[in-house]
Design a protein around this ligand. Sequence first.
Ligand SMILES: CC(C)(COP(=O)(O)OP(=O)(O)OC[C@H]1O[C@@H](n2cnc3c(N)ncnc32)[C@H](O)[C@@H]1OP(=O)(O)O)[C@@H](O)C(=O)NCCC(=O)NCCS
Length: 172
Amino acid sequence: MTTIAGTVRYREPTRADLPDIQVIDGAAFRDRYPFFVLRQLLDAHSSRCVVAVEPGGDGEDKVVGYALTIMGEGERAWLISLAVSPDRRGAGYGRGLLRHSIQVSQDKGDVDEVWLTVDPQNLSAYNLFKDFGFVLREHDERYFGDDEPRDVLVYKLHRLAAPFGENGYPGS
Ligand SMILES: CC(C)(COP(=O)(O)OP(=O)(O)OC[C@H]1O[C@@H](n2cnc3c(N)ncnc32)[C@H](O)[C@@H]1OP(=O)(O)O)[C@@H](O)C(=O)NCCC(=O)NCCS
């Protein structure tokens, strides 16, 4: 899955993208992921993850945003992190990353819902998720410990008809 709109493209991340992802993560969150965690997330779940890339000066892709999704229990995927470079925010990249992440889960057809947590004070993220169609499932005042409340939001995927195999019959 790779789409192009203007100069931005959305695609599955590679190992070469990890340093950029870590910089964006560090700029966005107080508790940044250690490199080894990002590396293992990629090893385990890269096909569910998406990066937004622009052409860099050296001809290489420059990652300007990322969305990390992992497979969870009970036919649900978890969008565990989403961030855009501070200098690229407000340009639609967050929405693009979210749309592509949801599309991946939709295309895989192996989950019914996408879950995530959001700080109720984080209005930019909250607005984005609400606009998209996520709904509140629960509020946990201590989700990540003392003074770390989170809302758990859920997006219901539209179940497609049973996928057709190579010879045109379901499940073949
Ligand atoms: C949340 C985040 C990913 C949004 O990315 P973005 O590229 O700036 O968002 P977009 O330009 O695609 O905006 C999409 C929608 O998000 C909401 N939004 C974005 N910035 C906003 C702001 N400053 N204030 C209020 N709503 C905002 C709006 O609903 C917007 O839709 P609109 O343009 O039609 O009003 C980005 O602000 C970010 O990286 N924040 C830090 C990390 C973070 O909080 N991640 C979410 C953790 S749950």
